[in-house]
Design a protein around this ligand. Sequence first.
Ligand SMILES: [Fe+2]
Length: 365
Amino acid sequence: MVFVRSEELLPGMCLARDIHFYEPSIASSITMKTGQKLTDMQITQLCSAKLDGAYIDTVRSEVRVISSINKQIKKEAINNIHSLADNFIDTSKGVQKRDIESVGNTTQNLIDNLSSQKDILINISDIKMYDDYTYHHCLSVAIMSIAIGMELGFTNEMLNDLGLAGLLHDIGKVAIPIEIINKPGRLTNEEFNVVKMHPVYAAKHLQERHLVNDNVYQGIVGHHEKLDGSGYPNHLKGDQIHPYARILAVADVYDALTSNRPYRIPSPPNEAIELIMGSVDTHFDERIVRAFLRKVAPFPTGAKVKLSNGETAYVMKNYPDQPLRPLVAVIGADRVYDLSFDMSCLNIVITELLDENKGNRLINM
Ligand SMILES: [Fe+2]
């Protein structure tokens, strides 16, 4: 049994002691019984009654990662990107104005959904329920990019352009043979040269039809450029790379590294973050990586994780400045470790995001 402060309670936590309090809005007393699993509504009641917290049974708790992005919006986003991509590869049609309008509406819905979160913590976990990697990757990158843009103080118009570029950044891949995209082994130089054309295919197609403005075009065409000039397709350096392309680059690499692909098992989020941090100034813009780290918590609240001391825990709370060191509750041991602020826990690290959470992302709003 551990005492958990009200603001850190999560749905599914199991009460280890009865709680009685007076609820003024209904002018009556409320009792929550031992063994009860807390719901969102009960947590809200406990917080508004200004209770310090509750004793929680970590063995019987069933905490889950909950997606905060509206399911319908995600479904619509995938459908809209899919139809746009179908027209993109259909040479008799090409992308139509109405395709862009639908994807544009999706972008605004994502921005509204992300802006309306009361909670500080937003995750985009069930994006992985869709089979087709390219489309859910585009959605995931768009959401992370919008979150980075928000952290950087972008206007709604800028967020719309950035989000649209995110949703469309990899559309060019549908024009590349699937055997190359999903090839398990190393690509030949010839094959890699084909892959390297995907930012150009999509961006040029949309620009020629006057369907996107220059900012969206630059975001799409430049999302594989790197600050040191080693990227593609134009080997641009530093400020030559459009800021939207620099944002998409960070989100793109993080999502690609942590996703399950035919040619690679997913990297744990901490390794993906370390890799990105290790490529600041050579590949990635430091200011953007900092904004990303404040927004994307690799271990979502409610996620089960393995600790370096062998224990299993679930994440109770994330700290924006310490994305790899959340507050965790050890399962079955009635212990809470504050990996960021408790000096006695400095030697403990999270070594693994357990299977059931793989593919989850958390965005910190
Ligand atoms: Fe790409």
